[in-house]
Design a binder for this molecule. Structure first.
Ligand code: ADP
Length: 446
């Protein structure tokens, strides 16, 4: 840096020396100064103009560079241009690779602009969703892919769930459609569709198999239970046969519970969630569940209840009853005698919530995420002896899913557990709106 500066100073000094020398040779001082300074100014003007031209026309700066400070400026601009070129090349390469990757993914990808119009789609989108790019650029996705819920799904802000549909152009396939907001202020949408035909069919086969097997087992089990009961009641049964008969009867009863729970799960999977939605009197349902719980509780648990008396819920009465009672009975079954249990039904700013908290032994962290799996039990032997089927929380999860609700489980070994069901705010109802309190609640006909 010092050398170019010295070079510029030297040029200036030479010009000044010339300005002093020329009057001494007989020239007038004013033209002498002008004559001496002019080459110096001309040089600066030339390089300034040249630099502007090079930059404006985006010419590539290449050596040889001028001497002095201008050389430093030219060199810096050249370096800057070079790094910019490298960056652009890298970007182009990256975009090309990204497009190649997007083209070769086996899923359909569609990018929608902020008005939900098609901006780009990969080739798989043509096969799976009938979206051909660039032909369909600018069209609305809902014009090509028809589904009752798709429009609603696209404008929603929360995309936790996927949508399963059979596209019109090929009814033989089943797609799982997921939507992710992205881009500036998350106004664009990335639609990803996967072909889940095989999984869907396997699931159907599994579901039908479980439903049919459970259904077929129901009658023989009822017959076996009936005969076992007759044998136990008969005075002619030898005394030493009674204990084995009792064991057989309790195991048959356990099998019957498992079959009933499996049938409940099958029904939950098969039926349309929207059917039989009505205002459910949750306080009344909880009163019945708690009466039953107090009656069956042999362990002297202490129940503390905090129930909003006028808070009802839009949903399926039988399903909700099954979910709530599973959580209450679990707290009784899976905690030691005389444990405390808190049952809450109230509404906060996020919507209605039902919680069952206990101060039992709690559940180790590694088990918590798996509790809603079918037949998953923390302590298998103890759960079996306490009459558990291992399907209760799977039923709870299914029921909540069908009500757009969420189950959260918090548990600390040695401290106890809290099972919380959070329902969407829109499903909470005031009693006065639907069941005036002074009117008797209609009893179901038998
Ligand atoms: P089960 O028929 O065994 O109760 P669930 O699906 O209802 O089946 O529960 C799964 C497992 O979760 C239970 O076996 C038990 O180990 C555990 N569990 C459920 N609720 C509680 C609770 N309140 N405290 C401790 N463990 C629990």
């Amino acid at each position: 840096m010092l050398e170019p500066l010295l070079f510029e100073v030297l040029l200036l000094l030479v010009s000044l020396a010339l300005a002093l020398l020329l009057p001494w040779l007989g020239l007038d001082p004013a033209p002498a100064v002008l004559l001496a300074i002019l080459p110096y100014l001309g040089r600066n003007l030339y390089y300034l103009g040249h630099l502007t031209l090079l930059i404006r026309r985006r010419y590539r700066m290449a050596p040889p560079f001028p001497h002095g400070l201008w050389g430093v400026i030219y060199r810096s601009v050249a370096q800057h241009q070079q790094s910019g070129r490298k960056r652009r090349k890298r970007q182009v390469r990256f975009i090309r690779r990204f497009r190649e990757a997007a083209i070769s993914v086996p899923d359909a990808l569609v990018i929608l602009d902020r008005h939900r119009r098609i901006e780009w789609a990969n080739p798989m989108a043509a096969e799976l969703m009938n979206v051909h790019w660039p032909r369909d650029e600018g069209s609305y996705l809902t014009e090509i892919l028809h589904h009752d819920l798709l429009g609603e799904f696209l404008v929603a802000d929360e995309y936790l769930r996927s949508l399963e549909l059979a596209p019109e152009h090929n009814r033989a396939i089943t797609l799982s459609v997921r939507i992710t907001p992205f881009g500036e202020r998350k106004r664009q949408r990335l639609v990803v569709s996967r072909d889940i035909t095989k999984v869907f069919h396997l699931n159907l086969i599994r579901r039908d198999f479980v439903a049919n097997a459970s259904h077929e087992l129901r009658t023989p089990l009822t017959v076996i239970s009936g005969f076992l009961e007759n044998l136990m009641d008969s005075p002619r049964t030898p005394e030493h046969h009674r204990r084995p008969l009792q064991l057989m009867s309790s195991q048959a009863e356990r099998m019957r519970s498992i079959v009933e729970d499996l049938l409940t799960l099958s029904r939950l999977e098969m039926e349309d969630a929207a059917t039989q939605s009505e205002p459910v009197d949750v306080p009344e349902t909880l009163r019945l569940i708690l009466d039953e719980a107090r009656l069956l509780d042999a362990g002297g648990h202490e129940l503390t209840v905090d129930i909003a008396p006028d808070l009802l819920l839009q949903g399926n009465r039988l399903e909700l009853r099954s979910a709530l009672s599973n959580l209450v009975f679990n707290a009784i079954q899976h905690t030691p005698s005389e444990s405390r249990i808190w049952i809450t039904w109230r509404e906060d700013e996020d919507g209605p919530l039902f919680a069952v908290k206990d101060n039992g032994e709690g559940i180790a962290r590694e088990h918590v995420p798996r509790l809603t799996e079918r037949f998953y039990r923390v302590d298998k032997a103890r759960s079996r002896t306490s009459g558990g089927t291992g399907l209760g929380l799977a039923i709870v999860k299914h029921v909540l899913n069908r009500h757009d609700a969420r189950l959260t489980i918090e548990s600390e070994p040695g401290q106890g557990s809290t099972f919380t069901c959070r329902f969407p705010a829109s499903t909470g109802l005031e009693r006065s709106e639907h069941h005036p309190r002074d009117l008797p609640v209609p009893m179901p006909s038998s």
